[in-house]
Design a protein. Sequence first.
Length: 180
Amino acid sequence: MIYAMNEETDNKEKNSPKEISRRNFMMKLSLGFAAASAAVVAIPVISALLAPLLESSPEKWRKVGTVNDFALGTTSLVTFINADPKPYAGVTAKSAAWLRRDDKNNFIAFAANCTHLGCPVRWEAKAELFMCPCHGGVYYKDGTVAAGPPPKPLTKYEVRVYKDEVQIKTKPIPITGITA
Ligand code: FES
């Protein structure tokens, strides 16, 4: 009898307005926490998926010397800072190019990286060829492939002469073996 009375009292307390409003509050609080947790997980995932679509391709003009630094008909190795260097990049923030001066104000620049797997190519002035030491890739002086595995010509950079400065327009270097 006492047990039945206690049960009845319990049921009355469970269904009291105060108890119902406490349960509603706890349920809303739980839903709020669940939504916040879902957002914490979803925001970085969505950001990572969308980042490549929103990133612009970095390009910037970089000085590599003055016109008189380069003799007519020569091909020289020049270095410059990438368009979008990261603070932690160290020496990897630098790129290199082979720069040829064809006449007074005409320059042509080739990326120093082989289009096969990115090894640095060297210029052999006597043979007038670019040679890759890694797998025997060879390029003619105009950057086209002469022999070996490179699938395409050396990447060219835009070059301009601006107020006696020779400038190269940086861009990401497409390397078939890595980016394809
Ligand atoms: Fe140049 Fe392979 S990286 S030939």
